[in-house]
Structure formats: structure tokens, C-alpha cells
Design a protein around this ligand. Structure first.
Ligand SMILES: [Zn+2]
Ligand SMILES: [Zn+2]
Length: 362
């Protein structure tokens, strides 16, 4: 999968001073006469209840149980499920809406896989206590790391000493708007001067320090304060997931090697319980494969000292050097060599919501 090359301009784009997508949305609604109507259900619910948490909790178990009825149903469901999720991601991402759908899907998938492991695999008797403790510990550590990631990316806070006007600060911390390169440091939405590498997230509605990307799966931005925890969460999840998958395969396909078992496991559909576990293995393999790709991209970015936001902007402006089908993208702006890039990443300031005057990371 190639990285996105053509994206609409972000508010921090030097060539865009208006919120173009908001304008697009209003025009689209005017033309189509699609003014937002409250759904009938929303009248009976408090404002803070997000209905997008329900589909993953209902659909995931139902679809996985249907997929376990026959191998052909398994192929259809496990192909359709990622397509549906990607389609929903495209819609919500285009509209820049906050949704709990993806976070619920991620957490509920974890909980459901663990539930099946305890109720379907453990009674078979070929999984020892040590393995159960390892999986449980891995799961808890993943959730703890996720909670630390969710504490926030580190938002840019306005410096009270800066004179702020509707058109921009005349002069602030030795940098005037006209002096800053391309006027990039002024955010017209937050109305503040932000440090290098910070970016405005239109989903969170704030400027984020050393912004990487907005992760829909955890419903949070990834920035200076939580980037390390984000990578740790990915790593912990992937290790736990691979260990869990190998144990389930050893249990439902004891005669095959774990590398061949997902592709060839005779008799696995003879019993509904083993078919369900086998289907969940495939579901976990799809999720794990996608997250391994994300982790590789993240590790390459850290090695080159670029953020995902900088990659997108550089590709759009055709100022980046792209290699290995877009996996390695170098902007050449901040890189100081592999070792120094990693030292800079591992030792960067992780204070939450620090004022930009104290977190200048050029
Ligand atoms: Zn902003
Ligand atoms: Zn965000």
C-alpha cells in the first residue's frame, strides 16, 4: 500500500489560509439540501452518548460466528470486514469527525479474542498456566501503555506575553509572522505562534507539538508527549498477538506447523468451536499484519527523523525523496544520522501541554 500522495491542504499548509474542507462541506450540503437532521434515537439519549460504539460490539461477534459456519463464508466475511472498516474510515476522515467506532472496535476485538481464548482454548487442556499468564500480562501491559498514550500528544499552549490579533501576532519571542519561513508558524484557528514541527489537528481542533498523525484507532493525536508510548503500545500488542495466534494454532491444528496451519488445517471446520477459533486467528492475522506495516513505517520515520505529517506535506509539495515504494520518505530537514535521530526521539521532552516557548525542538 502506497502512502497517500494527494490530500486536501491542511490549515497549517502555507498555501492555504482558509478551512477549505469546512467550506466544501457547507457547499455540498447546500447543493444537496442535506442539512443535518437529528436521528430519532438521539432524542432519547444524553448528548455525550456516542452511538458509533454499538456497531463494533454487535457486528463483530455476529460476523465472526457467521464466518465460522463455512470456509467460504469465512473468506467472504473476512474480506468484507476490512473493506467496510476502511470505507467507514474514509467517510469519517473526510468529514474530520471524532468517532469512538475505531477505538471500540480495537478494544472490543482485544476483549473478545481474550474471552474466546479463555472459554474455547483453555478447556482443551493443551495450554499451560505459564502461557495464560504470559498472554494476560501482555494484554494488561498493552492496555496500560494505551492508557498512557491516551493521556495526550502535548498541545501547543499560547504564550500570554504574545500580543495576539485576528490577523496574527505582530511580534512574538523574537519572531514576527513575516519573518517566520512561509508564515508557517502562525495557526489561524488556535490564533497562536507554534514551534517548528507542530501541526494543527482538525479532528482535535488544537495545535499539537511535533505532530505525527491523528490515530483514529485510539481516538487521539500522536505527538511529542505520547509518540514513544504509541510505539510501545504497538510493539506490546504485536508481540502478544503473535504469541496468542501461535498458541491457538497449536491447539486447533496440533499436527501442522504454525506457519502452514493458517493456510492448511484439515478438519478444522468439522467442529464449530475449532472453526470459530480458526476464524478468529485469521481476523487477528489481518489486524496484526496491518499493524506490523504501521510499525515498520513508524520505525523508518523515526530513523529518518520525519513525522507522518511532514511526510504527507513533503510528498504533496514534491520535496521528499521516496524509496522502496514509499516506505522510506526522506525530507532531509531534521535528520542527523540514524543513531542521533533515535537518541533525539528517545530523549525528547514528553511534558503534556507545555508552552511552546519552552518546547522549541528545531
Ligand atoms: Zn492550531
Ligand atoms: Zn487529533
Amino acid at each position: 500500500m502506497k502512502r497517500e500522495r494527494f490530500k486536501p491542504p491542511e490549515p497549517d499548509d502555507p498555501f492555504c489560509c482558509c478551512d477549505c474542507e469546512e467550506l466544501d462541506d457547507v457547499c455540498e450540503r447546500l447543493l444537496c439540501m442535506e442539512w443535518e437532521k437529528p436521528s430519532p434515537l438521539s432524542r432519547f439519549l444524553p448528548d455525550h452518548v456516542d452511538l458509533s460504539v454499538l456497531p463494533p460490539m454487535v457486528l463483530l461477534p455476529v460476523l465472526l460466528r457467521v464466518a465460522a459456519l463455512h470456509c467460504m463464508l469465512g473468506v467472504v466475511v473476512l474480506t468484507a470486514l476490512p473493506v467496510l472498516v476502511l470505507w467507514y474510515y474514509y467517510i469519517t476522515h473526510r468529514k474530520k469527525r471524532r468517532t469512538l467506532f475505531f477505538l471500540t472496535l480495537a478494544l472490543f476485538s482485544l476483549a473478545y479474542m481474550y474471552f474466546l481464548f479463555i472459554t474455547e482454548i483453555l478447556p482443551r487442556g493443551n495450554v499451560g498456566n505459564r502461557q495464560v499468564v504470559t498472554v494476560t500480562t501482555g494484554l494488561i501491559m498493552t492496555l496500560v501503555s494505551l492508557a498512557r498514550t491516551k493521556r495526550g500528544p502535548g498541545f501547543v499552549r499560547a504564550d500570554p506575553t504574545c500580543p495576539v490579533s485576528y490577523t496574527g501576532p505582530a511580534y512574538c519571542n523574537g519572531v514576527s509572522q513575516s519573518e517566520s519561513p512561509g508564515g508557517k508558524k502562525w495557526c489561524p484557528v488556535c490564533r497562536l505562534v507554534r514551534p517548528e514541527r507542530a501541526g494543527h489537528c482538525r479532528i482535535c481542533g488544537e495545535c499539537v507539538l511535533r505532530m505525527d498523525h491523528h490515530c483514529v484507532w485510539i481516538n487521539c493525536c500522536i505527538g511529542q508527549a505520547n509518540h514513544k508510548h504509541f510505539l510501545l503500545t504497538l510493539l506490546l500488542f504485536l508481540m502478544t498477538s503473535l504469541y496468542g495466534i501461535s498458541m491457538v494454532l497449536r491447539s486447533v491444528c496440533p499436527r501442522q506447523s504454525v506457519f502452514i496451519a493458517p493456510l492448511y488445517c484439515p478438519g478444522v471446520y468439522n467442529q464449530y468451536s475449532t472453526a470459530l477459533c480458526f476464524t478468529c486467528v485469521w481476523y487477528s492475522c489481518i489486524v496484526t499484519g496491518a499493524l506490523w506495516y504501521l510499525l515498520v513505517l513508524q520505525l523508518v520515520n523515526v530513523s529518518c527523523n520525519v513525522t507522518e505529517r511532514e511526510v504527507h506535506i513533503a510528498l504533496r509539495n514534491r520535496t521528499a525523496r521516496s524509496r522502496f515504494c514509499g516506505v522510506v520518505v526522506e525530507t532531509g530537514i531534521y535528520t542527523r544520522g540514524f543513531v542521533h535521530n533515535w537518541i533525539e526521539f528517545l530523549t525528547m521532552n514528553t511534558h503534556h501541554g507545555a508552552s511552546h516557548t519552552h518546547t522549541h525542538t528545531v
